[in-house]
Write a protein that binds this ligand. Structure first.
Ligand SMILES: [Zn+2]
Length: 59
């Protein structure tokens, strides 16, 4: 059974909807505070604020 879960944003505690197909290290945006949240664990699911560093991923 596929379910969508919600995790509290670590910054503002707004529930963040997390779909069934999320992957580890995926970045989500909190609808409440616009923080970027990284999936740091899947079982159980853990969200963490993504580091605000300038990543150079190239083009
Ligand atoms: Zn938030």
């Amino acid at each position: 059974m596929i379910t969508t879960t919600a995790q509290a944003c670590p910054s503002c505690e707004e529930p963040v909807q997390i779909g069934p197909s999320v992957r580890l290290n995926e970045i989500l945006e909190c609808a409440g505070c616009r923080s970027e949240l990284e999936i740091v664990a899947l079982s159980p699911l853990v969200l963490a604020l993504a580091p605000e560093v300038e990543e150079d991923w190239g083009e």
